[in-house]
Design a protein around this ligand. Structure first.
Ligand code: TXA
Ligand code: MG
Length: 334
């Protein structure tokens, strides 16, 4: 299959392009499209046969459920059995936006979407291209990140192409995504709402709206609540090391690999410090976690392009989206 990349205006998506993309999805095919977080790989969420193609293209384990994307709250009714009280303030404040909410699922959602479970993850993305595409198809769109499973999530159309070339018919190219880490996932089907994945919207912001929340790591019973969290993730080809403790610690780590190509991902302020590194990549200024989050996954792919053996990443500050970013870096390292 030939994979076409079509440039699309991210603010005012061209009607003709959206129509062609929607047609593919309505016919049971796959389309990769930009969201504000990362690129998604979309299929008609109501057709098991279409959704199956997502798992095949990504090489995704069948026990890892997908997020269903909607364009308005009317569509939510077609997907979920009930809307718990606490969902309303979250939807009002954060939708459209980088928040995924877990609800009890409606029977119309095929088992393959939810990996057989009775809950469904739903998100209304804040991206004109994503919204226009869902609106045009008039069905909820199941979409995981548009990468091969275990590879870093795609923040540019060319990343999707690298991973899925020949496996999908169309990639809509809306340029670099704005946020760069995947949505926050909050489960509202548990007694106390539980954050299953960190993202741009912090647990503090969610607490402010609905009161106490748990982090999934705080759960004691040892069940994996969000199957996606148990797999190796965001993995570059190189060995990745997360280093805190400033430039001395980074230099010490570089010296441990004298025979290897060591790439360092660091901050603008420190870019000239690591003379012994094979290559230095910049996150942006140290006090700008938004910028660091936006660039992290694409920097991992750049290190791969340079055939890095080892990637040393300097720990970003934990505030705001920094917390979610540290989570992604740690997973890439494990
Ligand atoms: O920002 C995003 O969320 C992007 C864009 C494309 O919207 N999508 C994304 O999808 O990151 P994916 O499939 O890469 O990650 C979905 C995560 C996985 O960790 C999965 O296990 C979890 O959400 N998930 C999906 N449905 C779930 C459910 N019913 N219960 C618990 N976790 C669920
Ligand atoms: Mg993913």
């Amino acid at each position: 299959m030939k994979t076409k990349i079509t440039k699309i205006n991210r603010k005012k998506p061209e009607e003709k392009i959206i129509r062609a993309a929607a047609k593919i999805i309505k016919n049971g095919g796959l389309v990769a499209f930009p969201t504000e977080t990362v690129y998604g790989l979309g299929a008609d969420a109501l057709r098991a046969g279409a959704v199956k193609k997502i798992f095949e293209a990504k090489g995704r384990p069948a026990d890892n459920p997908l997020i269903v994307h909607i364009c308005d709250e009317k569509m939510l009714a077609a997907v979920v059995k009930e809307i718990p009280e606490k969902a309303f303030p979250l939807m009002k404040k954060f939708w459209p936006g980088p928040l995924t909410i877990i609800f009890k699922k409606k029977n119309s959602i095929p088992d393959i979407v939810t990996a057989g479970g009775n809950t469904v993850a739903v998100r209304m993305p804040a991206h004109p291209v994503a919204l226009a595409l869902i609106e045009k198809t008039r069905v909820p769109v199941a979409a995981p990140s548009a990468n091969i499973s275990t590879r870093p999530s795609p923040t540019e159309a060319k990343h999707v192409y690298e991973d899925l070339k020949g496996k999908i018919p169309l990639i809509l190219d809306g340029g670099h995504t704005r946020i760069g880490v995947e949505s926050t996932v909050v489960d509202l089907t548990t007694k106390i709402p539980t954050i299953l994945r960190k993202g741009k919207i912090t647990s503090g912001e969610i607490k402010d709206m609905i009161g106490p929340v748990l982090l999934s790591t705080e759960k004691k019973e040892g069940v994996v609540r969000s199957p996606g969290q148990k797999y190796r993730h965001y993995a570059p080809k190189a060995k990745l090391i997360l280093v805190s403790g400033g430039s001395a610690a980074v230099k010490k780590n570089i010296r441990k690999y004298p025979k290897n190509r060591v790439c360092v991902i660091t901050f603008t302020e420190r870019k000239d410090l690591y003379m012994k590194a094979y290559k230095t990549f910049i996150f942006g200024k140290r006090n700008d976690p938004l910028r660091a989050a936006r660039s992290f996954f694409s920097l991992l792919r750049k290190c791969d392009e340079k055939n890095a053996d080892v990637i040393i990443v300097e720990t970003p500050p934990k505030n705001g989206v920094g917390d979610a970013l540290i989570d992604r870096i740690s997973r890439a390292a494990s």
